[in-house]
Design a protein around this ligand. Structure first.
Ligand code: GLY
Length: 395
């Protein structure tokens, strides 16, 4: 319990002493920011940043609802300070509510329950969040479609009643790779092999159809809902169906690296490595990726700081499943991304900002670009911690 508390200044694992000092200082500023904004934010949960770097907040059934709680649990793991424990725990009722509302349940249960409930159980030993996370894992597993070996991403009817036919059965998306950790955790916790079979089945389908032969990726892929036959790649938040959305690529780098770490399966490490090498090639000299690697030249379009943060965290995981020579390449790339974020997106030195990172791109084609994003903030902290050698997370 609280295994990492008071162990903040860890042995440096990657980069020079100057880089590590820079990352430690940034992490301290993140913790300060979380403490100072806590009374302003209260029990609300950030959805997207506004122009003045305050937040607009989400309702209880939003996929982003757990990212601030996740940052508080990281804060607790780093400091042992009960202020973080109380702020995170005070949100538990939201996650009880999602389990009571079928329409609120989709593939994002992984983000929600890994960060809000497994975190609580791992850090405090409390059994209620463990049982809630297991219930969520069961719901997620029931979204597994054995005929196509995938987890259905979305629901055709939103929790607010809107009908989205394009969200109906037969839809696989890159982001789901990040939700498989809930299933692997449930397998470890219960020894029930159906959790692992669903996670492995989905990962293999993603590898076969969403990762293209040149190691770019589709954001989504449509399957025949009856036969499970693969149909076509499509986008939802990217530039075009055949483009490479940078956050989708980042979700997959982190997700496949995490699958490799959980299972020891080198095929997962291999695909994470190919996706990472492709992203590195597509970024050229950039340190924060453009929101979609396929936007026309010159690529001066919106950046996506969240893609950089997610990818950086994933690269440090990838380094942990590679041999030491190769690991140095991924740590260096991760440090480069963190350097880019600290140089051009860091809001922790701006006392008026409620979040940590500027310049996220939530959904450019729907008009949401250049914002703070709660997931960018969560993965920024995770990446800083991983760069400093921390290895205990909630997935
Ligand atoms: N999972 C949704 C997104 O990445 O925007």
């Amino acid at each position: 319990m609280l295994a990492e508390a008071n162990n903040y200044f860890k042995t440096v694992q990657s980069g020079s002493a100057a880089t590590s000092t820079r990352h430690q200082q940034a992490l301290e500023r993140c913790l300060d920011r979380l403490r100072t904004t806590m009374p302003v934010i209260g029990l609300r949960n950030p959805k997207i940043g506004l122009a003045d770097n305050t937040w607009s907040y989400c309702g209880p059934y939003d996929w982003v609802v757990s990212f601030l709680a996740g940052q508080y649990w990281l804060g607790l793991s780093l400091t042992g300070d009960p202020v973080f424990l109380n702020a995170a725990r005070a949100r538990r009722a939201i996650f009880r509510g999602i389990l009571r509302n079928r329409d609120a349940q989709d593939h994002d249960l992984g983000f929600q329950y890994s960060l809000a409930c497994i975190s609580d159980y791992l850090l405090t030993g409390d059994r209620e969040p463990r049982d809630m996370a297991l219930e969520a894992a069961n719901v997620l597993m029931n979204r597994y479609r054995p005929e196509g070996r995938y987890i259905q991403a979305w629901n055709p009817r939103s929790v607010h009643g809107a009908f989205r036919p394009d969200f109906s059965n037969g839809r696989v998306i890159a982001d789901t790779m990040q939700n498989l950790a809930l299933l692997y955790w449930a397998y470890d916790e219960t020894c029930r092999t159906d959790f692992k079979e669903a996670a492995d089945g989905h990962a293999e389908t993603t590898m076969a159809h969403l990762v293209r032969p040149d190691a770019t990726s589709f954001h989504t892929f449509a399957f025949d809902p009856v036969s499970g036959k693969p149909l076509r790649g499509q986008t939802h938040q990217g530039y075009a169906d055949d483009s490479c959305w940078s956050r989708g690529q980042a979700w997959m780098i982190h997700g496949f690296a995490q699958c490799a770490l959980k299972t020891g399966n080198q095929a997962y490490a291999d695909v994470a490595r190919r996706l990472a090498a492709k992203a590195q090639e597509l970024m050229g000299d950039d340190s924060v990726p453009v929101w979609d690697y396929s936007v026309p030249e010159p690529k001066t379009d919106y950046r996506d700081s969240s893609a950089a943060a997610i990818m950086a965290a994933g690269l440090f995981i990838l380094a942990d499943v590679c041999d030491e020579d190769e690991a140095a390449r991924w740590r260096e790339f991760g440090n480069r991304l963190l350097g880019g974020l600290l140089d051009s997106c860091d809001l922790t030195t701006d006392p008026n900002a409620l979040g940590l990172l500027a310049h996220g791109a939530a959904h450019v084609t729907s008009g949401f670009a250049d914002n703070m994003l709660p997931y960018g903030d969560y993965y920024f902290m995770e990446a800083l911690m991983r760069s400093l050698g921390h290895r205990q997370f909630f997935w």
